[in-house]
Design a protein around this ligand. Sequence first.
Ligand code: THG
Length: 375
Amino acid sequence: MSYQITFGPRVRKSPFFDCTVADGVRHFTIYNQMYMPTGYSDPQAEYRRLLEGVSMWDVAAERQVEIKGRDAERLVRYLTPRDLKNCAIGKGKYVPLCDHQGRLINDPVLLRLADDRFWLSIADSDVLLWVRAVAAEGGFDVTVSEPDVSPLAIQGPKAEAVVIDLLGDWVRDLKYFWFREADVDGIPLVVARSGWSKQGGFELYLCDGSKGEALWERVKKAGAAHGIGPGAPNYIERVESGLLSYGSDNLADSTPYEVGLDKMINLDRSDDFIGKQALFKEAEQGPARLLVGITFDGEPVPSNQHPWPVRVDGKSAGAVRVVCHSPRLAQNIGLALLDRPFTALGTILEIEGEGATYRATVVPQPLVPPGTPLP
Ligand code: THG
């Protein structure tokens, strides 16, 4: 039986959409109610290009939620458990958002554009609704909007060379997670050294959606000499590197402690933030589950279509959230969300896969240490 999903205008397209189609995009996912490319013609070549060359990604579905006004800073501090004490203008920060029960509801990148103006560059959940409600209920003097801003990521070891050719030598001095406003051929940008891979790179936040094609073509032109090609947030590289994929790795009631975001939670802050009490309790008791890295032998697995049940000594232990084959480890790897008693390193897991069973081992994260080359 074949079936299709119907997409109407409710599912929005990125300013780069037509360019990705022209460049041969083959796979999309839906992210923040938008199309987001996940692959072109050759997954292996895309993986290699990210590790050894440079790749350009339409990540416009990472929408911005802008918080502007007299109480903007106070609201942003209230929204995240991370301490923003050194939140300078021009600096980005990875800031988990929790609800009042301490559940992780998004894991955006925060950008401070001015004293009274911030962007949350969001993962796949409705942060605009949340922030508007929190702001209005709490009487914060802010406006909360979705600006016309669309990120394009340039990732890989040759990304810096491309962005220097595109924008100039000054980008060498841009530190990790810092950003600057810039302009290329009249295309307004915010340029950040960041991105959802551990291969290094930049994100160009396009600030005028009517110039999507112009930017895409300009990046291709600057990148041509460096072998740039189209790509997408890379599923394998991010599992290897341990970058969280919100909604894939976690459950709706997962906490930041469960998914390894402990370092982003600062309970020693004196000011209040949403979820504080619940997170205190969680920190004291320890999370009920943990997201762990696993490896397992066998033929290279394709990505899973649904979570795979896990047993330990016949007892239900949780589920494998994502699997893939790691070219760098020459092994199957994955991330499993397991009840705490089953999360010790070396624990042997019995996994019910799609059409096969596997024996996996709980191993340290990141599954592949940064800087590991391809064989
Ligand atoms: N870039 C931008 N927006 C985004 C993402 C992005 N929105 C959605 C999604 N990605 C948000 N999730 C993440 C997850 C991890 C990181 C960034 C965004 C990340 N983490 C580093 C790490 O874990 O090593 C650095 C964390 C830190 O030290 O602060 O980069 O990619 N614009």
